[in-house]
Design a binder for this molecule. Structure first.
Ligand code: PEP
Ligand code: MG
Length: 581
């Protein structure tokens, strides 16, 4: 039995499957016979008691680990279970309408949550998520589902199958126990996929037919081709053995060029750096021979923790990263929250279109205290190494001017406090909205560099949600519109004598890197593990071949024709990178 999806993180693993939640509980309505009513009320009462025990246990653990005030958060959850008005309404529905307990509880709790979410009173509004949280626990108990599995502490190594995994779930994975994972939703540039590549966990997203997989089955997950094979035959295992042997040979070739520069056969130098998520990733940057950090996704310092990091904690993290890589540059991207990245310690309002909503620089320009702490921490750390900073998701000049004005304000503040910082710190912006690419000339005048975030640029330009597997086929990095927007951005940068990098996943794809180089991009910033293969292709490329490829792409009307041309060139110059099964 095999299941197909989208390959997002290479590697092959074998092991037992562990299926996490499918789409969350499906609540069906069922009519009760008169004789079933009292049993149904009993079931509800049992589920309420069970939920209460679970909540008390969570509260006890949280209080012991983090303190009583954190534990008291669960008081509000416990109160929901004692809300007589709500419970009476559920009972009336079970008894009066003769409907099953799950359905009655779901309907009533959801009605309460919706009403709470719509009130003006902030305190009451904040009770809506509590209500939904408790309701989900009660429903899980009624339906006999297990509690959420803690990915940090799995009992044995396994392949995780889940409907979805958030980037923060993924960041918490224990690499020794999560052999690989597959999700039903997602695409190549979702942050979950990016995190998997970062952790070097083989992964498949957009898995079709996942409901046919059961916990305990033995399977092979192929992250190169996006396949899961249940009970693989000896022949299949043999073929995969060969594939892995080829990979070992390739890795040896890549090790040979580790310390060599990313320079084409005809002497064109490309700056090749790495994307990181935390200061601990510095080792990987060095081990893979990157020339610094082109994108430090600073938001990962904020997620998966109970309080936002203080200015001091951020300062230490940025300082250590810069000091460890000195004199190589470290580009810190200011907070890019929202979209698919959220804070554990802070309830963000639900949005209809989170990627178009309160995200990144928009969020920071309104959350001034948070932004101030981060900017001060970056400025302070800038004396310790070669730090640069950039703003995410700039959509126009006003945002850039506002952010730049704040940087100046905090520089003046630090000066008054006699706190040192690099007065010449370079500030850049990500070009990841079509509007930014279209006004790149105006932005370039006020910045020292651009970093093109193709992951978002593609989703926003082509109106294709980067997380949605149903439209993943429309997410085309070689779409003529994307090629032209990149070219416009590069030209605007060079007109104003600033450098331009690409830090989206496109840069780390050895098939597409030559196109970017041909379009004139100065730097590629890629996942640490992708530095060697991208360098490998650069060192086998002639810049004229890359420029011809770009010229072709700029005059071509078809995304698939451009892609084919990119593939042909890559396979011609580095066939060994593409020897697949
Ligand atoms: C991008 O959008 O290309 C990018 C690098 O930022 P992120 O993937 O974190 O949104
Ligand atoms: Mg982005």
């Amino acid at each position: 039995m095999s299941f197909k999806g989208i390959p997002v993180s290479s590697g092959v693993c074998r092991g037992k499957i562990l299926v996490l939640d499918r789409k969350g509980p499906v609540v069906r309505k069922r009519e009760l016979a008169e004789s079933e009513v009292s049993e149904e009320v009993n079931r509800l009462e049992k589920a309420l008691v069970q939920t209460r025990h679970q909540l008390l246990e969570v509260q006890r653990k949280v209080s012991a680990g983090m303190g009583a005030s954190e534990g008291s958060i669960f008081d509000a959850h416990l109160l929901v279970l004692e809300d007589r008005t709500l419970l009476d309404e559920v009972l009336r529905m079970i008894q009066g309408e003769k409907t099953n307990a799950e359905h009655a509880f779901h309907v009533v709790a959801e009605r309460y949550a919706t009403t709470l979410a719509a009130t003006q009173d902030e305190y009451l509004r904040e009770r809506a998520p509590d209500m939904r949280d408790v309701a989900a626990r009660v429903l899980n108990n009624l339906l006999g589902f297990q509690d959420e599995v803690d990915l940090r502490h799995l009992k044995e190594p396994c392949i995780i199958i889940s409907h979805d995994l958030t980037p923060s779930n993924t960041a918490q994975m224990d690499r020794h126990h999560v052999l690989g994972f597959a999700t039903e939703v997602g695409s190549k540039t979702s942050h979950t996929a990016i995190m998997a590549r970062h952790l070097r966990i083989p992964a498949v997203v957009g898995l079709k037919g996942a409901s046919g997989l059961e916990s305990g089955q033995y399977a092979l997950l192929d992250g190169f081709n996006g396949v899961i094979i249940v009970n693989p035959t000896d022949q299949t295992l043999f073929e995969y053995g060969q594939l892995l042997r080829k990979q070992v040979t390739l890795q040896e070739k890549l090790r040979d060029i580790l310390l060599k520069p990313a320079v084409t056969l005809d002497g064109h130098r490309v700056f090749l750096s790495a994307n990181i998520e935390q200061e601990g990733d510095v080792e990987q940057v060095k081990a893979n021979g990157a020339e610094g950090v082109g994108l430090f996704r600073s938001e990962y310092l904020f997620i998966n923790r109970d309080h936002p990091p203080s200015e001091e904690q951020q300062f230490q993290s940025y300082r250590q990263t810069a000091a460890a890589l000195k004199p190589l540059p470290v580009v810190i991207r200011t907070l890019d929250l929202g979209g698919d990245k959220f804070l554990a310690h802070r309830q963000m309002p639900a949005e209809m279109n989170p990627f178009l909503g309160w995200r990144a620089i928009r969020f920071c320009l309104q959350e001034r205290d948070l932004f101030r702490e981060q900017l001060r921490a970056i400025l302070r750390a800038s004396t310790e190494g070669n730090i640069k900073m950039m703003y995410p998701m700039v959509s126009g000049l006003d945002e850039l001017n506002q952010a730049n004005a704040l940087v100046e304000e905090y520089k003046a503040e630090l000066q008054r406090e006699n706190i040192p910082f690099d007065v010449h710190i370079e500030v850049g912006a990500m070009i990841e909205t079509p509007s930014a690419a279209l006004v790149a000339d105006s932005l370039a005048k006020r910045l020292k560099f651009f970093s093109i975030g193709t992951n978002d640029l593609i989703q926003y330009s082509l109106a294709v949600d980067r997380l949605n597997e149903k439209i993943a086929h429309l997410y085309e990095p070689t779409h003529p519109a994307i090629v032209r927007l990149i070219k416009m951005t590069v030209d605007a940068a060079h007109r104003h004598k600033i450098w331009v990098s690409v830090c989206g996943e496109m840069a780390g794809d050895p098939i597409l890197a030559p196109l970017l180089i041909g379009l004139g991009v100065d730097e590629l910033s890629v996942a640490p593990s992708l530095v060697p293969p991208v360098k490998f292709i650069i060192r086998r490329l002639k810049v004229n071949e890359a420029r011809e490829l770009a010229e072709f792409a700029l005059n071509c009307e078809s995304a698939s024709e451009i892609l084919t041309r990119c593939q042909d060139l890559a396979r011609q110059i580095v066939p060994s990178l593409f020897e697949e099964k």
